[in-house]
Each structure stands twice: as structure tokens, then as C-alpha cells.
Design a protein. Sequence first.
Lengths: 160, 289, 747
Amino acid sequence: MAKLHVSTTINGEPAEFLCEPGDTMLDALRGPLGLTGSKEGCASGDCGACSITLDNRLVCSCLMLAAEAEGQDIRTIEGMAQGEKLHPLQQKFLEMAALQCGICTSGMLVASEALLQKNPRPSEEEVRFWLAGNLCRCTGYDKIVRAVLETAADMREAAQ
Amino acid sequence: MTDIRYLSPDTLDEAIKAFAAAGSAARILAGGTDLLVQMRSGAVRPGLIVDIKKIPDMTTIEETADGGFRVGAAVPGAVLAEHGRFGKVWPGVLEAVNLIGSTQVQGRASAGGNLCNGSPAGDSVPAMIAAGAIATVQGPNGRREMPVEKVPAGPGRTHLLPGEILVSFSLPPRPPGSGDAYLRMIPRTEMDIAVVGCGVSLTLKNGVCTAARVGLGAVAPTVLLVEAAAKALIGGKLDDAALNAAASACSAACRPIDDKRGTIAYRTRIAGVLLKRTVAIAAHRAGGN
Amino acid sequence: MNVITNNKWIGQRTIRPDGADKVTGRAAFAADTTMPGMIWGKVKRSPHPHARIKSIDTSKAEALPGVKAVVSARDIVDFPVDKSVMLGIQDMRWMCRNVMAREKVLFPGHPVAAVAATSEAIAAKACELIEVDYEVLPWTIEIEDAIKPDAPILHDFMKFEGKPSNIAGRLEVKKGDIEQGFKQADIVIERSFTTRPVHQGYIEPHACLISVAPDNKTTIWSSSQGQFMVRAMTAYLTGIPQSDIRAIPAEIGGGFGGKTIVYLEPLATLLAKKSGRPVKMVMTREEVMRATGPTSGSKSTVKIGATKDGRIVAAQGTFYLQAGALPGSPIRGAVGCSFSPYDIPHVLSVGFDVLSNRSKVAAYRAPGAPIGAYAVECVLDELAEALKMDPLELRLKNAAKQGTKAAFGPVFPRIGYVETLEAARAHPHYAAPLGKLQGRGVASGFWFNAGGESSAQVNITEDGNVVVTTGHPDIGGSRAAIANICAELLGIDYRRVSVLIGDTATVGFSNLTGGSRVLFASAMVVTQSADKVIATLRERAAKIWEIDPEAVKWENGAAHPASPNAGQFEPLTLAELAAKAPQMGGPIGAGVQLNTEGAEGGFGTHICDVEVDPELGIVRVIRYTAVQDVGRAIHPGYVEGQMQGGVAQGIGWALNEEYIYNRDGKVDNPGFLDYRMPVCSDLPMLDTVMVEVPNPKHPQGVKGVGEVPLVPVMAAVANAIHNALGKRFYSLPMSPPRVLEVLDGEG
């Protein structure tokens, strides 16, 4: 019943932690790693508040064993801003009031960033279906979708 | 949960050995999108978790020389979607796999996990059955193959023998003029378990249907291969009479339950509706090929 | 959009002061907090819907290594059932039985004991080791079953009309003479409606972290809609004096009314006291769905009579709402709000509070009003159809205005209901063409809003900026609006204003975040505080200039001579006066505590388009416009946000959300998979129109906006589906199987 020792990379930095074999990655992030930005809304993969990327793949950290992080590249909400420089999505969410209580925001931002990395020119429908796994009860999603679409447009323009 | 062991073997043989030794206390971990939910709810308390994601046979996609595909059982839906050719040849199978859960779930969930979880509503299964996919399974007594429709045994159960692990799916080469499709009925637009799922694969030659297979999910203790529906389609031009007959055959094949996702009456009725719509899409795709 | 734009900050879409924390994952929600030495608490819950507790044996749990404390009902202060002790709208007799079962368990999930241990796993194991001997009793859940003469009675002490009953209360509101009224009607339509219970659906489960020192000094971090409520309820239920409790509001991840009471805090406090360690308790999603107050299911009958030219002369409503295990369903909202958008001479509105073996309901966004409005607004739609009148015209013809006496009592002052109808009628949405299998519906709604107690402090920092401390948890962006107001009043850049939410030790008493009152109330006290600060600043400048303070004005962030007669002086900025504060009289700051008054009700009119798949019964909302009388949109982005959020919740309530019970009386769908809230792909963009009819009783014209948006939605959707399919829906949710049933004529 000894704990497992896991060595991994989180937000570009080497990290290590101890965990029980049955702990999820979300448990590890919020516990020994002290990264509480990822939230637990349901622990069953239905709300997306725990979203992270695993080797650049958007996943629910509550559906992943902490042990699976060994040797992988994990990115969380805490890695999105560069020091004090917010990611364009984070800035746009603030400007467009795309959050109210903020509990879904970490997951929404991680998921939205993953979308824009994969598809810099999403349609409204594509944004909505990509984010279907991120529940929000406060906003009705309207401003979130607009913020993602506008950020995508800004980022495309900046890239030219 | 302090008495769980976690193993991440590099080879299939190691995995089988450990899995078989632990007996009913062991669970295979692929994407974890079913297993972790079941562990969290207390429905499953595994003594050993065997993570098979390091095993190449289980995580790769190959095109075989004859134009078929071999898809590792643990390939996540998102990875399958990124394959250059798979979705072009089997759009129905791909869309079925890609309907499992959210984008996040798609990053992990696999057709193998979906099948072995044994849910009658698993989205990938009707399409795999319609495609005529063959499951390759390996256990302490060696490797064997079985058609996918023979794998489910009942809700939460499969016909895999103790110690056997599902390794990959083989999809046959596609004759020209073939197309497949998967449709499901869910109350929302995403994130629901299928109330009914329908997979259809067919081949058309000069407008005549020369081959067809129909898989129907969430209407019986296992996903069904509805041979009567296929029969109604084969040999004709997919006219209204044929579609109605196939739809009726689907409704007749239903043996669903009333549960929080749907009633017997509702499922039985819409099985026929979905069949017609799925055939239409498959036929359109077949026409394009 | 009708926003007043001659202000510098009011009406601007500023960046919220707490925003950077929220988008970087830094904001501390209750489950994010830790304290050194912290241990974990878990609750043992009843598996039965209804049972007498014969005995509880906690000895095995207490003996488990790692367990530090166990509590049960005997540790909770008893409030005898024969004496009502009110805290706001909550009765402590019910609260003490809700946080932990006393004589009986009343719903599956009802707490029977709680444990604190050094790990969550040990605490959970300890709960399994607690042995409870139950005498299982028959149970009842649905209203029609609970009010049958032979229904299992939940509480022997509950009597209605002299007999033991599950009807815990009756509320009546009337105006005129209802029988006379119906005699005057040329057309009368009477319909009955059913709604299923739904949950507020906040994404953040309840959580708290509590530390109790040996001298009872208690610190509570919790997710709540009211730190003063948390303090008071915890004090009542544990016996610790309020002055020893410091309740700190963590950031809250959604509440919608569901966090206006406590579940975990009293338990965690007792565990922390007994164990001598800080105790953290976090609910799982399943616990939230099973054991926290959703809102009522209902059965309503509404009868409306009108003359043939469309004048409504009589309206009658009977509303049965589920209270759950203990009294307190929101019949007040159903009874009082449903007819309030209309000037009707004869009204009789009656509500019944019905007990049953499910979790005690909690407030949900305009509690009771959406249920009543669903019924009334659907009947009005039928009435309009029968009279061959446009549904908005019918409402305009009967609209409440300034001077209308509402059936629930007050005479309306200047209100904005007519404006919402006119804006809806004029909106391009209303005239847009519809395609095949598409339909359009409208509905209106009203909510009381509220004022109530609020406290604030406005303090000037030594370097000339502003710190505002307010008393209400921010669930919708109120900090941004308060910063707008303060910046406007002081005439300084918005970014120089920090807005913080105080705790019970650092700010004066402030009532709940709820009732659409936070901005209304806090803006008033912030304004009065800022006014006092400005008076001080003028005095300070007057002192420096050696003139009368009356001769000094405050403008654009500085003191100026009020007129050329006052003298020629260079303006003194806030920063300069702050720097001189110690020599010129001391700290510059003020606090105000008030029971604010003057809150006025809000009105909304919604337009909904749907598209229906009649073979599968699927309904999709394809376009939605919500028009609301918002008073003054201090921060338009967050007002729009309240409207959009309420609409989304209403669409879920209308189409797919419901509590499903299995044959053992247990919730069958206690998770987000099968409790089907709208996901992003389910909804279209949600358009909003903010009609600004400023509240004359408020310094910035503010009216509450948060709750009205949920009230009209279900009827708007039902009326739209009727427009598409020609069939009426008398039951929610309008899920695919039910749509097919109605289409088949079985509904």
C-alpha cells in the first residue's frame, strides 16, 4: 500500500508527487501539487471544470489516474498566462464578461485554447460542439462563444 | 482505495499475465472514461489496474495490404479522427466513435473500451457491427477472433474469457460503392447516452443495394445485428417499401427497458425512424464512392 | 440597447476587479482553501426515503485509526417543533432537522452522522462503520400522492384543517371578488399544469473549511450566498455565540438561491470543535443532487376570464408546490408574482406547501415565480389565440402600469413592463420569418426584487486610491458594478478603485446575496459612504484654503472652489488630500449600514423560436430574445449575463431537466450525465434588450435584474412549440418522449 512516486512535466516545469494508485490526476493537481485552478464539479467527466491537456490532448483530469502522468506533458490553467501577461483568451474573457462566478472558467479557457491550437478558424457551431463538455450554469454560453470567436479572429490577424 | 495496484506493462504478454493472475479483481485501463467513473461511484473496486497504453498493438492504426484497417483497441477517438484515411473509408464508424462523450472524453475514450464496457448503448458498437468488424482478442490460451456482434453478453458483460484482452479491430476492405453511417437519438445535442443508436453499412451497385448490415444499440441487453432489416434492404433500390420494411424490422427487434433515458414505447418507435435516416446517409455516401 | 451613455464609468463594460484571479485559476473557492493540520469530514446519509431512527452506533467508527471526531443529531442544538424561530425566511426548527436527521430520516441522503478523519478515505470508511437501526416507513414523493387522505404523513405535528397532513401551509392573495369577475367574462379558460422538480445546477458543490479553537473562536471559509447567514445559522445550530464566529465568504461557484442556507457548516464546526483540528468538507456531485434543496415540482390550475375585446377581468390560480421533507416551498413567489404583470380587477391566488420524502427545497432564482408564470403565461397564450389577438397585444392591453394595484399588495410606482412589451413587439426578432417546423412564442414575467440590510465602507488609501468593502458575496459581477459607481461618484479612474467582499468580522451586517438585491442594496450604502467621504474631502480642502466647506465642490477627482467668489485656488486632488490626511484631521473614510428600501419589482418579456423534429420529438431553441426592464445597467455586460444565464436555466427546465425517481423513492439521475442541463451546443446566441426605466428611489436608478430572466422562459418555449406544432403542453419538461405523446394525443 505504498504510495506511487510520479515524475512528470507540468506547464513546462518538471514536477513530482506522491499519490495513491487510485487517485485521479485531478486529486494530484489539487492535493500534493497545490494547483487548485482545475476544479471538481462532478468527478465523472460530465462538466469539464477539471480540463487539462495531456501531451497536447484535451482531457478531463478527473478521468485520468495520477499515475498515468509519469513522463507525460501536462498543461493546466496555471500555465496559460506567461507571468503577468494574460493569454489573449483570458484577456478577451475579461473584456467580454465571459464569466460570472468563474468556476467553469479554468476549464473553458483550457478547452478553448486547445480548440484554437487545433483549429484557428472555428465556426460558431464548431466552438459550441467543441465546448459541449464544459458546463456553465451562469452565462448561457453566449459571451463565452463570442469571446472565443473574437479571440480566434484577433489571433489570425496578429499572425498575418 | 489504498489497496489498488497499478501496472503499466510494455508488452501484451506481460499485460495478459498480470491481468489473468489477478482474476476478477483486475481491470484494463485504456482511456479510463468508464473505469474511473465506476471506481469513483463505488460500482467497481479493482485490486489491479492494467494500463495497456504502452502496448503498440493496442494503440496503433494500420492499413492492411488488401485495403482493410486494423485499429488498436485503445486508440482514442480523437486520434482515430486524425488519421488521414480512416474517416474517408469508414465515416460511419468514425462518427460513431467520435460521438462518445465530450471533446475531453474523445481525447481518451476508445472503441475497445466502449465495446468491453458492455453498455448496450455504447455509440461505437452499432457502427462496428454494421461494418462487419472483427475483434482480435488475446488471453492466456492464445489469440482468437470473433465478430464484434458476438462480444457483448449483456449489460456490463462480454464474452471475453477470463484473462483475455481485446487487442484490436479489423475492418474489411471496402468494395466500391460502399458507405456507412451512424445516428443516435439523444435529447440534447451532446453529452447524453444514446437512447437509440443505429449503424448502417451498405454497398450500392447501379442504385441497387447489394450488401447491407444494420446494428442497433440501446434497445436490448446487447447491441443487435438486425439481419431482418438488412435483408429488407438488399436486392432493392432503397425505395419507401424497403425502408419501411427495414424500419419495422428494427422496431420488431427491439427488446428495450424503461429507464431514465427512454421508455420501451419511445425506443421502439424511433428505432425505425433512425434506421431510415441512417440508411439515407449511408446511401448518399455510397453513391459518392 | 438603451443604455445611458453620458457617464464616465456607469454603463461602461469595465474589467471586473476580481477578474485576473478568475481567469488564471487563482481565485480561491471554498474547496481550494487549506489550513495547517486540516482533516476531512464526511457525512453518513440515510438510504431510506422515510424511516424512524431507532439507534445509531458510532463506536466502530470512533475506533477506526485516523478518525478524530464523530457527530450526530445530539450534538446539534434542538429547536422544538412547537416554537418557530425565524432567521430571515428560514425556520430553525426545520434547519436543525435538515442538517441532520433527528427523530426520522425524511429523504434518501438525509444526514444521520458526520465523521472527521485524517484522510477522505478514512472518513468515508468510518461512515460505513456507523450502524444505524432504522424502522423503515412508507414514503410519498409526488404531490398528488402526498395529499391523498391515506398518504404516509411525514410529521405528526403538521396539521391542516385540524387533521394530520402533508400540507404544511396555505397562502392566499386576493383582490376584488373572483366570482363576480368570472361572471363578467365572455371567455374563460382553465387549465392545469405539472412541473417536475429541478435543481439550481451550480457547478461548484458545497464546500467549507472550518477551524474552532478551544475557546470557541471559529473561522469559517465557505461557499455561500451570505456569510452573515452562515454565521447565524452555525451559531444557532452549534450554540457558539455569533461574536465568536468569523464567517468568510470564499468565491462562490454558482448559487442561484441554493446556497442561501447551510448544509455542511454546522457539521464541520462541531467536528472541528470536537477534534481540535480544522475540518474541510466538500460535497460530491451526487450528494449535491440527492441531498441539497432543488426547487419544487408543482401542480397548478389557472383560470383566466376576459371580455371579448381582450380585457382580462378575472384570474384565479391554485398552486401546489413541493416543500420536500420540511416546510418551506416558495408558494409566495407563485402566488404573488404570477398575475402581477397585469392589471386585473379580480384575482384569487392560492398556494399550498406540500411535504414529501425528498430533500427540502431551497430557493431557485425567483423562487416559485417561474412555476406560476409557466401556467399563467400559457393560459394567456391560449386566451390570445381564442380571442384572435396577438399575444403581445393582449398583454399590452392589460399591462400593469404606474398606479396599478398588484394583487399581492403594493401599488406599482413607475415601472417598465409596458416598455418591455413594446420593445419586444418592435424587435426584428418578432417579425422575422419562420421556416418549416419552426414556431415562435412569447411570455412575460415579474419578480418582487428586494432591498434589505447592507453595509459598506469606502476608505481612501494613503496614496490616494480607494478601497471599497462590501457585504455580499459576488455571484454575478457585482464588484465590477460597484467599482463603476464608486469611480463615477469620486470622479476618478475606475482602476483606482478596489472592491473587496468583507467577512462577518470586517464589514457590517449584510443580508443574503439573493432576491436580486446585491447591487441595489450595496450601491446605496456605497453611495452614502462615498458621499460622506466626499464631504470629508471638501472639508479638508476648505480647511487648507481657509474657506467654508460649502464653497468647495468635488469634481473629476479633485476639490475645486465652487465659484469664482470662493477664491482662486488650484484644485486639490484625491492623492494630495490623502497625503495630507494625518495633519488635516485623520483617516478619510466612511462606512454606512442600512436597511435599504425602495427596491421595485422587475419585469421581462421574452420571444422564443424553436424548431421541432416531430418524428423524434426533439425541440431545439433556435433564437431567443429577452427584454427586461433593468432600471439602470451599471455594467451592461453583467446585466446581459444575468439575463442570458436565467434564459439558459429556463430552457433546461422547459426541455430536459427533471428529477427522476426509481421505484425505491431514490433519485435515479444524481449527476450531470442524466440530469440534463443545457450544454453549449444546445443553445443559440441569447439576445438581450435592456430597457432602462430608472428606479426613482435609488441613487443610480438601480433595479434588481438577476431573477426576472428565469420567470418567463418555460412558457415562452411552450408557446413556441405550440406555434410550431399546434399542440399545447401542460407538463414540463417537454422532453422528446413527452412531445411525441402530446403529438399522439396522449399528453
